[in-house]
Design a protein around this ligand. Structure first.
Ligand code: PLP
Length: 350
């Protein structure tokens, strides 16, 4: 095999040159610590501009887990419940961080007929809630993930509908946007349309998966949550003394639509791979595409032994068990890479 093709995770990708260059430039000279610097100031203005919200506030944090857990703990009282999809990263893959920072707030996983939540999913959860009963955690926050952990993208209308059902019962709405750029690029909507205009109060904004070096962020559209986050980020050890190096990454990321251009490359590569998988499925090659690869991630069931042959052919992907593999493209997956991956997959399928 001449060159492996990386489809394990977008976290395996490198750094976008524009972002690396911005970090290098910020390394000249000195600046006030803990976010009192010009880059952090510029980032705040940039986020207000990009999200078209004049009270938006950005809190750089080091991981998506920190963004989710700190945002949700600021939104939910300790006696509250955060409703999320059963597949949600906050529930499945963050080792209880939200409950720890939330002082005991619980996560309640809901099932839908796909990886999305729908108004009916929430209504069923509400019907199954003992409201005003102090023996039971009270639903206070809805946490949505877009793209979902299975790679599907809510349309703006779908997201607004489920957010509206939540708000109708007094819940606030959090969006895990670990791959928000991929969703916005896939929909061709504005960042505002998929967030606060659709009823979202607080966003976990991913950047590391899509070209940043070492930062994600919380974007809050709610003044009360923003005030909480000032102190909660500090207590959690997420107010970096050299915050300017995170802020400069996020500022470069959001400048001149870089984040959307990077995401489009990843999405376009996945579209090529997904089309080939669909074609293989329709000609009865034993492939089953699970869910909707709307952005940069696909889950596929392959004939037994194929995953091993794929690895031998230099296509790196995660085996999820039960002959299912996860394929994820990134801003580094070029069109030739995607076509090469398709060739190798077709060969591995025999
Ligand atoms: C949907 C989603 N949310 C949150 C995260 C958490 O990010 P991190 O690994 O930086 O804590 C991930 C990471 O894989 C993710 O896929």
């Amino acid at each position: 095999v001449d060159r492996p093709i990386e489809l394990r995770s977008d976290n395996a990708a490198g750094v976008a040159p524009e972002i690396l260059a911005a970090v290098v430039a910020a390394g000249e000279g000195s600046a006030l610590a803990y976010g009192g610097d010009e880059w952090t100031d510029r980032l705040q203005r940039r986020a207000r501009d990009v999200f078209e919200h004049d009270r938006a506030r950005v809190f750089p944090v080091v991981t998506g887990t920190a963004a989710n857990a700190l945002a949700l703990s600021a939104m939910c009282p300790p006696w509250g419940a955060v409703l999320c999809h059963d597949t949600a990263h906050v529930l499945r893959s963050e080792c209880g961080a939200t409950s720890m920072f939330g002082g005991g707030a619980v996560l309640r996983g809901l099932r839908g007929h796909s990886s999305k939540l729908w108004p009916a999913s929430l209504e069923a959860a509400f019907a199954d809630t003992r409201w005003d009963d102090p023996h039971h955690s009270q639903p206070r926050v809805l946490s949505l993930t877009c793209p979902t952990d299975r790679g599907a993208v809510y349309s703006v209308a779908e997201l607004a509908a489920v957010a509206s059902t939540a708000r109708g019962r007094g819940l606030s709405v959090h969006l895990d946007g670990a791959r928000l750029a991929n969703a916005v690029a896939a929909l061709g909507c504005s960042p505002a349309e998929l967030t606060w205009r659709a009823g979202v109060d607080v966003v976990s904004l991913g950047a590391t998966k899509n070209g940043a070096l070492s930062t994600d962020a919380i974007v809050s559209f709610d003044d009360h949550v923003s005030e909480e986050l000032v102190y909660r980020t500090k207590r959690a050890g997420h107010v970096a003394s050299k915050m300017r190096f995170q802020s400069v990454q996020l500022d470069a990321y959001l400048t001149d639509t870089l984040w959307l251009r990077l995401a489009r490359t990843a999405n376009d590569a996945m579209a090529i791979i997904a089309a080939a998988l669909r074609e293989a499925q329709s000609r009865g090659a034993g492939v089953e595409l699970l869910g909707d690869p709307d952005a940069n991630m696909a889950f596929v069931r392959l004939p037994a032994g194929t995953a091993h042959r794929l690895e031998q052919a230099g296509v790196h992907c995660y085996e999820m068990g039960d002959d299912v593999v996860r394929l994820v493209t990134s801003f580094q997956t070029s069109e030739p890479d995607a076509r090469d991956a398709v060739q190798r997959i077709v060969t591995a399928l025999g």
